[in-house]
Design a protein around this ligand. Structure first.
Ligand code: KG4
Ligand code: ZN
Length: 340
């Protein structure tokens, strides 16, 4: 019987389910995104997120089966994200998956969400090992050297705020709803991605990432420009379109500069790398993609970026990692817990 894996992703504000079948690859992938529900709060509200996961999971899993033309009886393994993430959201996916595994008498595999992202570019591409991987999402910014399926070394990671978080929080400062990344990209394009305010860059001497200083620098610069009131936490120039565009453009150029510098350092330090992957929600950003492409071209390294639906959180990357773990017999027990 062909291995047929159901992947479930509920680590944050997306409910994702997908099916990977041996010999066919990903045969269905469904998603419910809660973005609209969190928009007005400027970020993800954990309590709302977990309640919505509970509300949607049954439907999203049923839809994945329907799209694949399969029934529950065709599934012979379940892969589920069990870390890292919001505890309430993770619990919904893990409890659902454990109940299914118990009822169907099939094995379960707990998947690290970041491993899911790291291998998401492999779903659609045959990437040569070893490769360097930059993961940039709302909660994490990391650099890996990926040796093989499931085997990777962490070269650098988030020390405080992640890149996506910086986009989200700074967008909020200037009056835009969550998620900040897409609107920042749109506004930056209107002033040709110029570096107006020269915000501070990360320390280039390490491969770790830190964006909390950048967030503070942008805030203080807005205060200096009489555009932000620290007492009321209000943006004072909502009608100044040019200022908003210049903030977004300077921010995007700054973050892409940091990525370029860290990646270049990694390329020089790990010359054995045969390719580069750029993954996670921030990898949807066309400006950063083009800058990283330019850098990779100059080192004759191919750059692989997943389709946007595999950049942001999704069940397909979880089913994919589940597949190679199942092939190796790396199953979890039914007492699988979150965050462990
Ligand atoms: O991977 P993801 O869906 O969720 C996490 O695991 O966190 O990433 C979400 C993040 C958000 O911070 C969002 O602002 C960012 O990805 N993002 C973008 C773009 N689209 C989404 N950042 C920059 N440019 C974009 N076009
Ligand atoms: Zn993610």
């Amino acid at each position: 019987m062909k291995l047929t894996i159901l992947g479930i992703e509920t680590s944050c504000d997306e409910t994702g389910a997908a099916i990977y079948q041996e010999g066919r690859g990903i045969i269905s992938s469904t998603l419910f995104s809660q973005t609209e529900m969190h928009k007005r709060f400027g970020g993800v509200v954990p309590e709302i997120a977990s309640r919505s996961q509970l509300d949607k999971i049954d439907h999203i899993v049923s839809l994945a089966l329907e799209q694949a033309g399969l029934t529950l009886q065709d599934i012979n393994c379940i892969a589920v994200t069990n870390k890292p993430g919001l505890p309430g959201s993770l619990l919904v996916g893990v409890c659902f998956a454990k109940a299914m595994a118990y009822a169907l008498k099939i094995p379960i595999i707990g998947i690290n969400h970041l491993e899911g992202h790291a291998f998401s570019a492999c779903i659609e591409n045959d990437i040569p090992f070893p490769f360097l991987c930059i993961t940039a999402s709302g909660g994490h910014t990391s650099l890996y050297l990926v040796h093989d399926y499931g085997k990777y070394t962490v070269l650098g990671q988030t020390l405080d705020d992640a890149a996506g978080e910086a986009f989200d929080k700074i967008a909020k400062f200037i009056g835009y709803p969550y998620p900040g990344g897409p609107i920042i990209e749109k506004l930056a394009a209107q002033v040709d991605f110029k570096d107006f305010f020269k915000y501070p860059r990360n320390n280039p001497a390490t491969l770790d990432f830190s964006f909390s200083g950048l967030k503070t620098a942008v805030l203080y610069d807005l205060v200096k420009k009489d555009a932000f009131d620290m007492q009321t936490k209000k943006f004072l120039k909502p009608d100044d379109e040019l200022l908003k565009q210049q903030v977004c453009s300077s921010l995007l150029v700054c973050i892409s500069d940091v990525f370029k510098k860290k990646l270049e350092r990694a390329i020089k330090t790990y010359p054995q790398a045969k390719a580069v992957a750029f993954v996670g929600g921030v990898a949807c950003n066309k400006y950063i993609r083009s800058k990283l492409k330019g850098l990779c071209d100059s080192y004759s390294l191919p750059l692989f970026i997943p389709s946007p639906s595999y950049c942001t959180d999704n069940g397909a990357m979880i089913a994919y990692v589940g597949y190679y773990k199942a092939k190796r017999g790396e199953f979890s027990d039914l007492d699988l817990d979150i965050l462990k």
